[in-house]
Design a protein around this ligand. Structure first.
Ligand SMILES: [Zn+2]
Length: 407
């Protein structure tokens, strides 16, 4: 690992004030290695598969391939790739698929086999009930080296691709796959995100980061502002003026409200922020408790917000298709973090060339992260030349290159 890390650091272009970062934060969009254009090219060994020409359910070419399980029984399709796939260090894969009936699906297993099925790399996408990594409609999943297990090595050659879809017991499910890309390479970046109302985010995070030109995003539970020892509207204004994204986390932070009340709570949160004179990031939103479902996503869309962030392990996968902007994941939904863990995450961002989100509610004595560890990780990130980005930076990067400032 240390040798690889050294390699990445050599390749890494450190980012200075005024440097340009590419659209989607992708240095390389790689190449499509499978277009899922014809089911005739695949061997379907379990379940069934068919070309899907339904408008809206294919993305490239004239069709996708719809893979359907049996009742409580897996579906498997396998293809000999047009050219054997080789993977380079620091690059990742990206799979686009349309999910037809999320509630019935248990997981997708994605395999790359070496010749003769001798060994395999395997990446499992589990559909956990609370914070799933995907949903009905289009999904874009980035597959990084560290997410793969199995008996093969990243440096092997893979002529064979297999997709296995597993339903929940007693039901069937389908996905339509369309487009697998390889060779994607992102810009390593760190997005610090803080939630709720703690004044330590001003006292210990903002006041340390700001003189170092390092920005972050703070999602605010607005009912708590200006109460007790919590953050004040004046501090929020100062933070926004200093380059931070001060964003919406609803007024009440109640996450199981019915649709209309939840929509109102989002809109009230935004109105509170606007009432204090904030404007830059008030259309960016984080679900209270990180929890979402179709109603809550719809409320975020209709509020209207520009993005909505969940809490759970996932990736900052850009080039977003459909409404995935409304289920923006964070990579580490961890509260209590040691400096060693934090450095490990930053090293991963470098090693795998990806933007990573670090997250906390509080900093300081007895908090998620100690003040000393927090300051050390900011220093560490800057020393290795990684930019600190905000949700506004991420959003802006969807429409073109961004000029990134603060290192
Ligand atoms: Zn919260």
């Amino acid at each position: 690992m240390s040798m690889l890390l050294g390699t990445r650091r050599t390749l890494l272009q450190s980012v200075d004030r005024g440097d340009m970062l590419p659209q989607y934060l992708l240095n390389s969009y790689g190449a499509e290695i499978e277009g899922f254009d014809s089911v005739a090219e695949w061997v379907v060994s379990l379940g069934s598969a068919a070309d899907n020409i339904t408008e809206g359910e294919f993305r490239t070419g004239a069709s996708s391939i719809k893979l359907t399980t049996g009742v409580g029984a897996n579906a498997i399709m396998t293809k000999t790739l047009d050219a054997p796939l080789t993977l380079n260090s620091g690059e990742h894969l990206r799979l686009y698929f349309y999910m037809h009936d999320f509630d019935n699906a248990a997981r997708i297993r994605f395999y790359l086999f070496t010749a003769g099925y001798a060994t395999a790399l395997e990446h499992t996408i589990e559909f956990a009930p609370l914070i799933p990594p995907c949903r009905n409609g289009w999904n874009v999943i980035d597959l990084y080296e560290d997410g793969f297990g199995g008996t093969a090595s990243w440096s092997d050659t893979f002529p064979l691709l297999r997709i296995r879809l597993e339903p929940k017991p007693g039901v069937q499910c389908s996905i339509s796959c369309d487009s697998l890309r390889a060779g994607l390479q992102s810009v390593p970046a760190v997005l610090w995100m803080f939630d709720d109302e703690q004044s330590s985010i001003y006292d210990l995070a903002y006041l340390y980061m700001q003189p170092r030109n390092a920005n972050a995003t703070f999602y605010i539970k607005t009912a708590a502002v200006n109460t007790g020892a919590n953050i004040t509207d004046a501090q929020l204004l100062t933070m926004e003026g200093g380059g931070w994204s001060i964003a919406n986390h609803t007024r009440s932070h109640v996450y199981d409200l019915p649709y209309a009340a939840f929509l109102a709570d989002i809109q009230n949160g935004r109105a509170d922020l606007a009432g204090w004179g904030l404007s830059v990031a008030i259309d960016h939103f984080a679900y209270p408790g990180g929890q979402y479902d179709d109603d809550r996503i719809l409320a975020a869309v209709n509020a209207p917000c520009l993005t909505a962030r969940v809490t759970g392990k996932g990736f900052v996968g850009l080039d977003v298709y459909g409404d995935q902007l409304f289920v923006l994941p964070i990579y580490m939904g961890v509260n209590t973090l040691t400096l060693a863990q934090l450095q490990g995450f930053v090293d991963e961002a470098i090693l795998y060339n990806r933007p990573i989100v670090l997250f906390a509610h509080t900093i300081g004595p007895g908090a998620d992260i100690t003040q000393a560890d927090f300051e050390a990780i900011i220093d560490y990130t800057q020393a290795v030349g990684i930019p600190h980005l905000t949700i506004n930076d991420i959003y802006d990067s969807l429409s073109g290159p961004i000029t990134k400032p603060p290192g």
